[in-house]
Design a protein around this ligand. Structure first.
Ligand SMILES: NC(=O)c1ccc[n+]([C@@H]2O[C@H](COP(=O)([O-])OP(=O)(O)OC[C@H]3O[C@@H](n4cnc5c(N)ncnc54)[C@H](O)[C@@H]3O)[C@@H](O)[C@H]2O)c1
Length: 290
């Protein structure tokens, strides 16, 4: 199977390399010429344990190619992942200009069916906007070409990105047609064969899952920071409290270790907006919820 991944940031490069490692032929596309020229020479823009060797191995095997021109590979690929940046706008909402630019480029150039999968962290409703942007370009060209959109949010952690991708807690896939489900099942077959959970659902639920996960993690950090502040006041040891509550398996002992780095006062939207970087708490219009 041949796929394209648009972007060569953290998410795109890890995704592209890991899919190539599993035997998929991957074209990795970025508008940043310098990054692409460096990647062609084997120079990796980020440090992630194990990534450099894996990129080189798959480049040499011809499974991983880098280009600045999406149109070069559009006719060849069945699935295109969009993993471009979604920087926070002035009000903290996710700026979708790169995501929609990718969709318009696809609509302007596609000649056959393609499944466009959004991997960037985006507000609920973005897949509809992506569909509309592609369709508008097809209408301008006066052509009728079938396509599908899907959502496949990314949950990797920087520093453990490869193991998070290769041995995921779960893969969430939002689809709206049987054809899209069949393509994503083929792509993720190695995960299914290894008994990793690949959870298929509708597109808004997949988009919402990413936001709900980010919100839950942000809430836990805020909660533990408040507990740390209380511990300081009453003379308790927050690390002992953390151990004490984390051993309850309804709570768990992961992601409670950040209490040392105080992010105080994170209750309420004004302060939790810092988590908009990862797409938390935006509403359907991409606006801050405050
Ligand atoms: N970094 C993480 O840990 C992480 C984890 C989960 C989800 N995410 C989400 O994944 C998305 C990507 O994040 P990142 O950190 O990898 O981004 P990044 O900013 O590091 O990289 C984005 C890349 O996209 C390229 N780009 C922009 N417009 C383009 C276009 N039209 N065509 C081709 N390339 C284009 C840029 O040149 C850049 O190289 C974001 O939505 C982010 O919130 C990130």
């Amino acid at each position: 199977m041949k796929i394209a991944i648009v972007g060569t940031g953290y998410v795109a490069l890890v995704t592209a390399t890991c899919f190539a490692e599993m035997g998929t032929e991957v074209f990795c596309v970025d508008v940043n010429t310098e990054k692409i020229e460096n990647l062609k020479k084997g120079i990796i823009p980020i440090y992630e344990p194990g990534l450099e060797d894996m990129v080189h191995r798959n480049q040499q095997a011809g499974r991983l190619q880098f280009t600045t021109d999406l149109t070069e590979c559009l006719d060849e690929v069945e699935v295109l992942f969009s993993a471009v940046g979604t920087p926070p706008d002035e009000d903290g909402s996710a700026d979708l200009k790169y995501v929609l630019e990718v969709a318009r480029t696809v609509g302007r150039n596609m000649k056959k069916h393609i499944l466009v999968v959004t991997k960037s962290t985006v507000p609920v409703g973005t897949a509809k906007k992506v569909r509309r942007a592609i369709q508008e370009e097809l209408d301008k060209r006066g052509v009728e070409i079938e396509f599908d959109v899907a959502s496949n949010p990314e949950f990797l952690k920087e520093g453990a990105a490869i193991s998070d991708f290769m041995s995921p807690d779960r893969v969430v896939v939002g689809v709206e047609s049987e054809r899209a489900e069949e393509l994503m099942t083929r792509l993720y077959r190695p995960f299914l064969l290894n008994n990793f959970r690949v959870i298929f659902m509708d597109v808004p639920s997949a988009e919402m899952t990413k936001y709900a996960a980010n919100a839950m993690l942000a809430t836990r950090i805020s909660f533990m920071n408040d507990i740390a502040n209380l511990c300081e006041i009453i003379g308790a040891d927050v690390n002992m409290v953390r151990k004490g509550i984390g051993s309850d398996n309804r709570i768990g002992n992961r992601f409670h270790g950040i209490v040392i780095e105080q992010i105080s006062g994170t209750v309420g939207c004004a302060k939790t907006c810092r988590f908009h970087i990862h797409g938390t708490f935006n509403n359907a219009d991409g606006k801050c919820c405050k």
